[in-house]
Design a protein around this ligand. Sequence first.
Ligand SMILES: *Cc1c(COP(=O)(O)O)cnc(C)c1O
Length: 451
Amino acid sequence: MAVNTSQLKDQADLLRRGLADLHAEDFELASLLDAEVSRQHRTLSLVSSSCAVKPRTLVACASALVNVSAEGMPGKRQRAGCENVDLVEALAIRRARELFDAHYASVQSHSASNAIAQVLSALLEPGDTLLGMAHDHGGDLTLGSPAVFTGAYYKAIRYGTTADGLIDYAQVRHLALAHRPRIIICGASAYSRVVDFERFRAIADEAGAILLADISHIAGLVVTGRHPNPINAAHVTVTCTHKQLGGPRGGLILSGRDANTKVPGLRSTFSRVLDQAVFPRMQGAPAVNLIAAKAAALGYARSPAFDACMGRVRTLADAVAGAFQAHGYDVVGGRSENHTVLIRLQGAMTGAIAESALEHCGIVVNKHRVPGETRSSLVTSGLCIGTGSMAQRRLDTEGGRQVIALVCRLLSSVTPLGEQDYQLEPVACEQVRSEVQALCARYPIADYLEG
Ligand SMILES: *Cc1c(COP(=O)(O)O)cnc(C)c1O
């Protein structure tokens, strides 16, 4: 099908002019944006959620769709002028359904936490009980923490992991049968093993609960067949679009075989109550430019290049776990089955110190709590490493080992002075920083962008 390229060229001219205007007329903001581009190019990100979007996704974010208000669903808008955005949203929905093998997809949620709020508001009454993974044990902050709406509006019961870092399924079952939650949420943001969605569903069925799977962290592995797909095991699945899927900030709500069954206790089906929960209950106009960007990312996620990238995510995770163990570090759970490697730091070294010292030398990585944690969540005793960004930079396993050797070298040149303060040998820091620069130059982000 021919695309009217002159219109797209007008758009490109507009973007170029916007850049020029920014630099000429708002130097304060332009210099901040420049600094961030430079930071992303010159640092190695081992943050488990981080990734760079493809140029086509970026263009969709900055497209003319940003000017459209489109409350409602495709074909059923509150506003005129939606003929094109209707088709864009329908395309995003179709791609999401095909990619996840779903019967139902909603693409309007502004984030995964919004999507979770929408699902819960559709299926629960305030005060109902939910069972989710404790943040301390790798669960996301959105899942039942007392600081978050899930914990504030619902009675949140939390399960955790065993001492070796695996989900304690016996505890999940015990808690589900004891508390009879309306919903069980499975999914984590710092968990390095495969989640057994079928086992969760069996527990949910036994306890009469609805099962919600949150695959925000592993969606890329799921759609390329490297992690089981929860779409039919769970009643409802949510994911963000900006982690492994490489899309814009946003969320998806999906459902498989249960999409057209009645919600227990309600007269409507899952797909109906989920649609209504997004609009009008919880959201006004969707960000249709971001829906276009979701369509772009979902389209790219079907490509052999994306599959190869997810392959590197896995081989790098094995290499990273092995490299830490070779340097004498304890890897929680003994290995990784996805993109995440959680390591336990040694002695007086805290997560806060390691995070700060590494960032100082150009390696960006998050501190994280580990099983049996004794320090506060602002300090912690671990690091959570993800291989997504390294895979996008096309690091091979040898490159991954080099990065971890740099991490270990730097950590051994740090002297902790308490929980947050430390001394860093200046020479070692300079050496690591220049080797990080060399790795960033050898494996540029641009390689991914062109792939
Ligand atoms: C990141 C994450 C979220 C929150 O995603 P946002 O889009 O930032 O709101 C929710 N659940 C899990 C498991 C996550 O990893």
